[in-house]
Design a protein around this ligand. Sequence first.
Ligand SMILES: Nc1ncnc2c1ncn2[C@@H]1O[C@H](COP(=O)(O)OP(=O)(O)OP(=O)(O)O)[C@@H](O)[C@H]1O
Ligand SMILES: [Mg+2]
Length: 242
Amino acid sequence: MIGSSYKKDISKQGVIVLNKAASFVSDRYRLLFAKIDLISRKEDKKVIAITSAVKGEGKTTTSSNLAVIAARDFGKRVLIIDGDYKNPSLAIRFGVKGSLGLLNVISGECDLTQGLTTGPVENLSLLTMGRQVRRGESELAIKGNAHIWTENGIQKILKEARLSFDYIWIDAPPILPLFDMSVISEAVDGIVLVVKTGVTPEAVLSQAVKTLGSNKIIGSVLNCAKTSWKYGYGQYKYKYDH
Ligand SMILES: Nc1ncnc2c1ncn2[C@@H]1O[C@H](COP(=O)(O)OP(=O)(O)OP(=O)(O)O)[C@@H](O)[C@H]1O
Ligand SMILES: [Mg+2]
């Protein structure tokens, strides 16, 4: 997995693999992507949600870095979607300001193509949460996660996006507290579970896995694992690992 010896908050560096393409951390993300790619091609999975049991375990960090690696280093046509209405962070992470995005597409203010932001590397498109729609203007914007994940929300967008991209990563909400993950499970082909070392109690984790349905889980990413390596890393665990 991806660990880190970074004592500093790496979100301040945006998406780390953009600035440090030739680093050990980037190598770890390349390895992570290669493993996910292997499973995804075998099982024909294209839409992959990144989630975690609780907030703050590294979902945005993992999905953003994977998206850049897949597009820049593996030449895949990649879309990353901000799927966490309560805590949208993709735009900030990529340094995008004032863009149209998911909420604008869902509410019909623009079409998907207009809602996308391209870059910062070739082959990569971002669908940020977009402008907050004014109160009263959109039911969807007010009701939050349960509603952006509906048939008329992300699910509809995915149908269209599947035609133009090799991979669609979704920076999803955390499983707890109490968001109905079956909605997300049904909408995507696979799920990667980010687990922050030493944070998530085992009982919470196994409950989370139960909620997701294990047939969709591609693997887990152990984030922020302490190691004796200079740059540190954690471990990956995949369904085909023995
Ligand atoms: N491997 C890592 N090494 C160092 N810092 C990390 C690592 N992974 C994540 N972080 C930092 O931990 C914090 C939480 O990470 P991130 O925002 O990716 O989590 P999240 O699961 O998306 O959070 P939220 O649930 O709030 O959306 C961020 O400040 C991020 O920079
Ligand atoms: Mg996040």
